[in-house]
Design a protein around this ligand. Structure first.
Ligand code: SF4
Ligand code: SF4
Length: 75
């Protein structure tokens, strides 16, 4: 299953732990915030979630995300 990864910008403190641990270089750090610039490369290993000190990272299975998108876009 593939995943979509999000960073809550309000919670992120820019510590770069997610950047350091991600095997697929999903994140970049810009202006002391983590941006999941390569979110499509996330394989759902959860290493970033385990490391993040502020619980800022969320994963959503891609098929559920697609369902949400359809649901909200048809409202
Ligand atoms: S779950 Fe794994 S692959 Fe996905 S962004 Fe986090 S560390 Fe990278
Ligand atoms: S590990 Fe969490 S707090 Fe640190 S840069 Fe990544 S998202 Fe932000």
């Amino acid at each position: 299953m593939s995943y979509k990864v999000y960073v809550d910008q309000e919670k992120c403190i820019g510590c770069a732990q997610c950047y350091a641990v991600c095997p697929n270089k999903v994140f970049v750090i810009r202006d002391k915030k983590s941006i999941p610039i390569n979110a499509d490369k996330c394989v759902g290993c959860r290493a970033c979630i385990v490391r993040c000190p502020t619980n800022a990272i969320r994963l959503t299975p891609r098929d559920i995300y697609a369902t949400y998108t359809r649901f909200y876009s048809t409202g």
